[in-house]
Design a protein around this ligand. Structure first.
Ligand SMILES: Cc1cc2nc3c(=O)[nH]c(=O)nc-3n(C[C@H](O)[C@H](O)[C@H](O)COP(=O)(O)OP(=O)(O)OC[C@H]3O[C@@H](n4cnc5c(N)ncnc54)[C@H](O)[C@@H]3O)c2cc1C
Length: 414
């Protein structure tokens, strides 16, 4: 396969990794044909959306569309710690380039740009199979128009086959293509992530630091909370109209009744990954508010009470550095490739790193081509998977994992 020749490229999954990769490939001089197949309608995707962290690579990629970060995200420079009594006890410089936006804002910007470059985004199309055509080195992609549903839809109204020169698998951590290609499965990390948002105008006074773009943080036993300002659901970053996005990490063994209750929605459907907005059982949420009052500094308990439409995710992770299959015609990116624990907000950074480097490899600017791309992605993923997991242990237990040496410890002494 000549890497610089125009190709028919099919991307499975139209979330952050699929769109970032689609954007970079659509811009290459080779004029590739880009089709993104996304099983869920945009509204169903939005119901799981909340704040999205953007690291240096994600920011660099987004800035190729909108150069001024402040138009789509809030830069975070300082961490502010709220102690048990609900008062600010310390502040630390973050010391890295990081910003927060929302999944919905980033999704909309990327999608508009990809479609503007001629990429085709097909909503409601679920890829059901990939088949290799040995003689002409093509991949046959079978997809069906889905009827919706949390796992990408169950109905099969129409079926279609597409012939691709290259397939990018960006279908997330629970994609069945991970099984098909015998990749490592994601493992539950032992805790739940409760998330939600509150209008900036309702922020408790103790949390005023968020308005100065500080990243708020509190640690309690086996649990920690963080929060920051981000664009509101319509994308506005106007002071006073932004959204305070919060997250609470809390231990919860998968064998416990609490786990089962949390992950079972109002329709008695049990979810493996996320119970979306509007589906969380009100009794479960009521119990959470009671727990928030019992264990968290009071401003966080107030925030929990003010939250409308909370959601919960079971946190899992995986690390698998193989990205190329079938003579480099099938490539894995984003969480279908490797899933970080979310503590450093670097999921989208991995997707951006892979997309930017893939652009270089496909333009012939990377010596070693796709194999070198796979190698650099593997290095990147291994380093940040370790940092992300270590940060989670530090936040939840107060200590770094044995043998892990942090580059910097923002939590020391708080
Ligand atoms: C709806 C949604 C909301 C999210 N919100 C946040 C957030 O607010 N904050 C945050 O930090 N992270 C969020 N994430 C996770 C975030 O997108 C990832 O952490 C990371 O940015 C990159 O993920 P990804 O694109 O690799 O995988 P994902 O975001 O998981 O996307 C995979 C996509 O593939 C689609 N898909 C799966 N199987 C098929 C198939 N067979 N055919 C076609 N399509 C398929 C899924 O519907 C999904 O849209 C969200 C993910 C989703 C899906």
């Amino acid at each position: 396969m000549d890497i610089k020749e125009p190709k028919n490229i099919v991307i499975i999954g139209g979330s952050i990794a699929g769109l970032m990769t689609g954007l970079i490939l659509a811009r290459l001089p080779a004029s590739h044909t880009i089709t993104i197949l996304e099983s869920r309608p945009a509204a169903a995707l939005q119901s799981q959306a909340a704040g999205l962290g953007l690291g240096n690579h994600a920011l660099a990629l987004m800035q190729t569309i909108i150069p001024t970060v402040e138009e789509f995200a809030v830069r975070r420079g300082v961490m502010q710690f709220i102690g048990k009594e609900g008062k600010v006890v310390a502040e630390r410089d973050l010391g890295i380039e990081h910003a927060t936006s929302s999944w919905g804002v980033v999704y909309r910007i990327l999608r508009r740009e990809v479609e503007g470059l001629g990429g085709v985004y097909r909503e409601g199309w679920k890829v059901t199979n990939l088949r290799r055509e040995e003689e002409d080195a093509k991949v046959v992609v079978t997809c069906s128009k889905a009827s919706g549903g949390d796992d990408g839809g169950e109905g099969k109204h129409e079926e279609e086959e597409m012939v691709a020169d290259m397939v990018i698998v960006a279908s997330g951590a629970y994609s069945h293509f991970r099984k098909m290609f015998d990749r490592k499965e994601s493992e539950y990390a032992g805790f739940l992530l409760w998330r939600g948002s509150v209008p900036e105008s309702k922020l408790p006074v103790e949390m005023a630091g968020a308005r100065e773009h500080k990243f708020l943080f509190s640690m309690v036993k086996d649990s920690y909370c963080l929060g920051y300002l981000a664009p509101n659901s319509s994308g506005s970053l106007e002071p006073g109209q932004r959204s305070f996005e919060w997250a609470h990490y809390d231990y919860c063994p998968s064998s416990s009744p609490e786990f089962k209750q949390a992950m079972t929605d109002i329709h008695s459907h049990t979810h493996a990954q996320t119970v979306s907005r509007g589906l969380l059982n009100p009794d479960v949420w009521h119990t959470r508010i009671t727990r928030a009052h019992a264990i968290l500094p009071s401003p966080w308990a107030k925030i929990a009470e003010l939250t409308e439409g909370p959601l919960v995710s079971a946190i899992s992770s995986s690390l698998d550095t193989k990205a190329l299959y079938w003579d480099n015609t099938v490539l894995f990116v984003g969480e279908a490739y490797t899933q970080f624990r979310p503590h450093l907000g670097l999921g989208s950074n991995l997707a951006a790193f892979q997309a930017l480097r893939l652009g270089e490899a496909m333009a012939g600017e990377m010596e070693g081509g796709l194999e070198e791309w796979e190698r650099v992605c593997g290095e990147f993923a291994s380093v940040f998977a370790e940092h992300s997991a270590a940060m989670g242990v530090r936040g939840l237990t107060g200590a770094w994992p044995e043998g892990y040496v942090p580059v910097v410890d923002h939590l020391e002494g708080v």
